[in-house]
Design a protein around this ligand. Structure first.
Ligand code: NAP
Length: 254
């Protein structure tokens, strides 16, 4: 719950209508956030989640866009600010892996696409968020959470090296901006999930990946999206007022 006297938080979650993003949205709704959720294609799921959260009293705005289109990505923060008057949080969650396979087989077009979605769009959204939030630019501060991956530090050989590279780049977005804007009231942190049960694995061509990897996870199982969401809620809350540049790894012991 948002227990302090500050105004109701208003948070943007990219890819906030399915998988980990939807779990984050559900948790933030329970914590009293107004939510601006983006999605790319799966309209029915987006509408169903929005209806459900609205019926619980949460203010929800939806925006359909392809984050690979960086001009479209540049509209997200202005639209959210216009809808809510202010934005206090941004969760750069939307991400794609590309097909699972060997490094030599990954088409360069696929790597270009995943760098657009996983790295360039977060740069665009983060710049817009900081321009709005920075106390040095007239804002009232804010919190940004980047959803990275345990893959950022393993290189993901034989699986998806370019995806791993994109998440390592996202980690540096946190490290650099958290320091550059620490005195401007903007906190930036990373949450790094391990293998989590969502459809991202089917999209990568390996729907059974969570079960296949379970034996290599110390806890012996893949995670569930709601097990990621709490860390995001914490980082967006005033409980995390002295936390910036952190990376919370949620990977069953890995
Ligand atoms: P998911 O179930 O595949 O959901 C992805 C979400 O992102 C969907 O809402 C999707 O919209 C949206 N999206 C995808 N591509 C987009 C694009 N080009 N433009 C706009 N929106 C787009 O994925 P997830 O497993 O929840 O993953 C969420 C984040 O966690 C990603 O950054 C991923 O890399 C990271 N992560 C996941 C795992 C895991 O094992 N699941 C592990 C580590 C890190 P639609 O619904 O319209 O398709």
């Amino acid at each position: 719950m948002n227990t302090d006297a500050s105004p109701r938080p208003a948070t943007v979650v990219t890819g906030g209508t399915r998988g980990i993003g939807a779990a984050i949205a559900e948790r933030l709704a329970a914590d009293g956030h107004d939510l601006f959720l983006t999605f790319r294609a799966r309209r029915d799921e987006a509408l169903e989640l929005a209806d459900r959260l609205r019926s619980g009293g949460t203010r929800i705005e939806l925006l359909q866009l392809d984050l690979a289109d960086l001009d479209a990505a540049a509209t997200v923060l202005p639209e959210a600010i216009s809808a809510f008057g202010t934005v206090t949080g941004l969760v750069n969650n939307a991400g794609i892996t590309g097909r699972i396979g060997g490094f030599l087989d990954a088409p360069i077009e696929e790597s270009e696409l995943l760098f657009r979605v996983n790295v360039l769009a977060p740069i665009v959204l983060t710049r817009a968020a900081i321009r709005h939030m920075s106390t040095e630019l007239g804002g009232t501060g804010g919190s940004i959470v980047n959803i990275s991956s345990g893959a950022a530090t393993t290189g993901s050989p034989h699986t998806y090296v370019p995806y791993s590279m994109s998440k390592a780049a996202l980690n540096m977005l946190t490290v650099g901006t958290s320091k550059e804007f620490a005195r401007a009231g903007v906190r930036v942190n990373t949450v790094s999930p391990g293998t989590t049960r969502t459809e991202i694995h089917a999209d990568a061509g390996r729907p059974d990946a969570p079960d296949e990897r379970a034996s290599r996870i110390p806890m012996g199982r893949a995670g569930h999206p709601h097990e990621i969401a709490g860390a995001v809620a914490y980082l967006l809350s005033s409980d995390a007022s002295y936390t910036s540049g952190a990376d919370i790894r949620i990977a069953g012991g890995n």
